[in-house]
Design a protein around this ligand. Structure first.
Ligand SMILES: Nc1ncnc2c1ncn2[C@@H]1O[C@H](COP(=O)(O)OP(=O)(O)OP(=O)(O)O)[C@@H](O)[C@H]1O
Ligand SMILES: [Mg+2]
Length: 347
């Protein structure tokens, strides 16, 4: 019996990209129905812990909670770091994805995306979390494979492609051909490290302490791998706590400064891609000269990163159409299309 004979065609089946920054849920026959931050707010009342909020609502509370409430991000570097909270979060999202039809569906089969470098212990944690959250059967797929399928690359053909998925926690480079991953490489550098770099830059050069969420907002506004050629240098007001006087303070920061702040993490991402290229088998390297590099993940949206990568590698670089949903869309296509069955791993 093949894998897909066993995957039932009940419409409640799901593909989930359980990411460090965002969880994206795809439901069979419906597409992406949830894309929310991987954040849980936990409340403690008289020693009893309970979930107060998950996703968007929980992210709004980050850095702004009283003592009895804490916000948790249950994944770090693409793998589960807090199993109980990860399970609660999955349960919430699975229920939400199913509940949008007005009634609970039977326990679904679920495809979960995992980093290619994840260990068997880390994969087991994901399987257990999904099973305990209500999955009848759990399949795994490597994130770079799902990203490549989501970006419409010819993964099942004997043609090599390179995907660079830049998420919140990690950057994964995958070289894919003939239905498998022929080389993969992962560095623990992604959007979170960029946010940290902005926090330390602002502290160092402006004596201003800002929170993680503020740093991310600044990155979305001004972040760039290098300055644009049109000469425009936007700036923004940033608010935080003055480290010298200890009072709330605002400063104006320019894109030139943010480019400088991001130079280290951006350099590490470029170095990872170069090193992956050096380890790519020659026939596939020849294919990549034609097909170029495809970028996915939220980090792919960093302004001018595609241009910098193209300049540094001499290869064509393209950002996927829907970089934040690409992994979930690819896993969703595997759920819908039996011809992709070979890329799944049973658990
Ligand atoms: N326009 C943008 N410019 C720069 N960074 C962005 C942009 N939009 C989103 N991001 C960043 O992308 C990251 C989230 O990307 P994504 O959802 O792909 O990560 P993830 O899949 O949850 O993480 P991982 O794959 O590492 O587990 C966040 O750090 C976010 O700040
Ligand atoms: Mg991801």
């Amino acid at each position: 019996m093949s894998i897909f004979d066993r995957i039932s065609y009940a419409s409640s089946d799901l593909a989930i990209d359980l990411g460090t920054a965002n969880t994206v849920v795809y439901v069979r026959n419906r597409g992406v129905v949830i894309a929310e931050p991987s954040v849980v707010a936990l409340q403690t009342i008289h020693g009893v812990h309970s979930v107060l909020a998950v996703g968007n609502d929980a992210k709004l509370m980050m850095g702004r909670t009283p003592e009895n409430i804490r916000t948790v991000r249950p994944l770090r570097s693409g793998v589960i770091s807090d199993i109980d909270v990860a399970e609660q979060m999955l349960k919430h999202f699975i229920r939400k994805a199913q509940g949008q039809r007005g009634r609970m569906r039977g326990s679904p089969e679920i495809i979960v995306c995992v980093p290619s470098g994840s260990t068997s212990v880390e994969r087991r944690a994901i399987r257990d979390a999904a099973s305990n959250a209500g999955a009848r059967k759990v399949w795994l797929i490597e994130e770079t494979m799902a990203a490549a399928i989501g970006a419409d690359l010819p993964v099942t053909h004997p043609i090599g492609s390179m995907v660079v998925d830049i998420g919140g926690g990690t950057t994964e480079v995958g070289v894919i051909a003939t239905g498998g991953i022929s080389m993969s490489m992962s560095v623990r550098v992604g959007g979170d490290r960029m946010d940290d770099a902005i926090v330390s830059y602002v502290r160092r050069t402006h004596n201003l302490l800002i929170g993680e969420a503020t740093a991310e907002r600044v990155k979305l506004l001004l972040g760039a791998a290098r300055l644009s050629e049109d000469g425009a240098v936007p700036a923004a007001v940033v608010k935080g706590r003055d480290l010298v006087r200890g009072v709330p303070q605002e400063i104006t920061i320019s894109q030139t400064e943010i480019v400088e702040a991001l130079a280290e993490p951006v350099g590490q991402i470029v170095a990872a891609v170069r090193s992956a290229l050096e380890n790519t088998p020659p026939e596939i390297a020849a294919d990549i000269i034609d097909g170029g590099i495809i970028m996915t993940g939220g980090g792919a949206l960093l302004a001018n990163l595609d241009r910098l990568l193209a300049a540094e590698t001499g290869l064509p670089v393209r950002v996927a159409d829907n970089p934040l949903d690409c992994v979930a869309l690819g896993a969703g296509r595997v759920l819908e299309d039996p011809s992709y069955r070979g890329v799944l791993h049973a658990t």
